[in-house]
Design a binder for this molecule. Structure first.
Ligand SMILES: C[S@@+](CC[C@H](N)C(=O)[O-])C[C@H]1O[C@@H](n2cnc3c(N)ncnc32)[C@H](O)[C@@H]1O
Length: 342
């Protein structure tokens, strides 16, 4: 069964949506790139007798884990075509002794379910959480002391409680063939005391910083300057996303340097915008732009980009593309006007 999703109101363009695949989040994990050394060590050191996937799908993820660490496997799925025992694991996951959950649950945010025309199929799941993967993580944690799950990378900057998380590993290599949703692997242990600085964050095998250090590195706006975003006559342009080629990263520039037509700047513009700094004389514009780009580069380096949202897959060179939200952009401009460093 298909539904239609509106892609462009102006151009009247729609996309066909497979209702079952979308409602059940049926995107299968391929390969074993997600089994990084940290993830493998987490699984091995818990010595599970059973690897358990309550959202098992085609089962490739379970089989990859079994090849790496041995033991028995058990899967459940709501879709009878998968051949696993039937269970609605968003309602309840049965407890299994000596098991470790290893899974890639369905992902579907409530607003996407509405946009894709499948909300009626999943509406009952949005009582506690706004995305199916978050409810799935709640159910996994209630059923089993240990969980390893591939989930959207946006969990890092989300409010989902990470008390028992021991690590979060961003996967730059896409583990799916039919979606490029940016993902990470979370390891959760409810038996040990929560790590003092929160989970350690990795990009692939590279340790970056703790979640507590990431929170400290975030740039917060002081709202002490008159900075107007989405101002058609603004002096500064902000390209707020990394372009796919890799040679045009997020940057502040003089509006003349941007070839974007000013009439396209709307109140809702999020990818490119013009900005007016009301209290800054034009003689300082270039210095503020240079400061802002320097502050942004330092911030990106310090946090390995993890404070910025992932945006539509990777650059041609395989690096995750990022988007700078306007709150952080404002915080950067405030510091750039005051000639501060981060
Ligand atoms: C993202 S796929 C992942 C499959 C497999 N874990 C993997 O990584 O390849 C999610 C799977 O969860 C199943 N699923 C969706 N909703 C479910 C529910 N409420 N209970 C159990 N399984 C569900 C889907 O049918 C699909 O097979």
């Amino acid at each position: 069964m298909c539904a239609r999703m509106l892609i462009s109101r102006e151009k009247g363009r729609f996309k066909e949506i497979d209702v079952v695949k979308t409602s059940l989040g049926q995107f299968q994990t391929r390969g074993e790139a997600w089994l990084t050394p940290v993830v493998l060590e987490f699984i091995r050191s818990r010595q599970p007798a059973i690897l358990f996937d309550p959202f098992a799908g085609h089962g490739d993820l379970l089989r990859a884990a079994r090849t790496a660490v041995g033991g028995k496997i058990k899967g459940l799925d709501i879709d009878p075509r998968t051949g696993w025992a039937h269970n609605d694991s968003l309602d309840h996951i049965p407890k299994l002794d000596d098991a470790l959950i290893v899974t890639n649950p369905p992902y579907l945010a409530e607003h996407s379910a509405r946009r894709k025309g499948v909300h009626a199929n999943v509406a009952r799941h949005y009582k506690q959480r706004r995305d199916l993967y978050q409810l799935a993580l709640d159910r996994c944690q209630a059923a089993c002391p240990y969980t390893v799950a591939i989930v959207p990378e946006t969990i890092i900057n989300s409010a989902y409680p990470k008390t028992h998380f021991t690590s979060i590993t961003v996967l730059e290599q896409n583990p799916f063939d039919d979606t490029d949703c940016p993902v990470c692997v979370v390891c959760i242990d409810r038996q040990i005391a929560p790590p003092q600085n929160g989970p350690m964050l990795y990009v692939g095998e590279r340790p970056i910083l703790s979640l507590a250090a990431l929170e400290r590195a975030r740039l917060c706006s002081r709202k002490d300057k008159r900075i107007i975003f989405n101002a058609q006559s603004g002096r500064i342009a902000l390209r707020a996303v990394d372009l796919p080629g890799g040679d045009k990263p997020i940057a502040f520039m003089r509006r003349e340097e941007s070839d974007y037509p000013s009439e396209k700047i709307k109140i809702s513009s999020r990818l490119i915008t013009f900005i007016e700094l009301q209290d800054v004389p034009d003689s300082r514009t270039d210095a503020v732009i240079a400061n802002a780009n320097r502050l942004l580069a330092t911030h990106r380096k310090k946090t390995a980009d993890l404070a910025l949202s992932p945006f539509k897959g990777n650059t041609k060179a395989g690096k995750r593309r990022r988007r700078l939200d306007y709150r952080t952009a404002r915080a950067i401009l405030e510091r750039a006007i005051d000639d501060e460093s981060v």
